[in-house]
Design a protein around this ligand. Sequence first.
Ligand code: FES
Length: 320
Amino acid sequence: MSGGEDFRVRVVEAENVTPTIRRLRMLRCDGGALPPYAAGAHTVLTLETGGPKLRNAYSLLGSTLSGGAYEIAVLRTEASRGGSAFIHAAVGVGTELTLSTPVNLFPVHHLARRHVLVAGGIGITPIAAMAAELSAMNAPFELHYAVRDEALGAFAGDLALRHGAKLRLYVSRRQERLAVREILQHQPLGTHLYVCGPERMIEAVLGDARAAGWPEDSLHAERFLAPAGGEPFAVRLARSGLMATVGEHQSLLEAIEAAGVDAPYLCRGGACGQCETTVVAADGSLRHHDHFLSDAEKAAGDKIMICVSRLEGRELVLDL
Ligand code: FES
């Protein structure tokens, strides 16, 4: 239950932009218009992989300014629970998929005096959309894009063509390092910083900005975590009395949905807080993996973000 409408779409373009990144362009099956969205928005794709349905969030490339089609870029990961591997192996031109109305948890703050965009790897997808939007609005920005290998720098060529000297590319195989402190040093007051990429990189960039005294409301990060796996356990829904088993590679949210209960969510990645659920009883320890609850809330043990967190134990009872 993302709070929006779902749409059937058909893939009209599919290409591997790098050996591990596949880009899909999709239009509505019924020929209607897809809802507009601003840079930084994501959509949730429902994937029917043959096993349990997977719902994965993907940042949208471009913005409403780029036209009616939706585009996403999907990284094939070793740790994939099946979603990215399925998209790489089985989704091509003509495939029909279901996606949700976009939600934007990572918007551009247009009142900012200047914008510093920092991306690592596949984190470029919302950041590239922001650069396109800022460029179209003639707003001052700079774009820093760190990749392991030049061949893996999806969209680097296109971004260089579009943004010229505003783009700085850092290729770690060439020993080029993102020097965050230097980048942040000479920014005018009122600059906003946006970062998306691997968790460690996000923490390092935000840590440097905080250490340099940047105000919290000028710092923006996009984190989508994959649900953590673990030993199966039982979940009981106190209001309905329903029982379900949460599989080794399944999230609590997915198990609850598979049992026919429409639980709330937006990001499905531990960031937005929408899926916060009250714990009635836990026969074991809660394993919190989200970025939403405070340390004190996690220690209290009476709330859980069901999209990414789970129980290490036998049975969890939720107020659902
Ligand atoms: S759906 Fe966003 S934190 Fe769970």
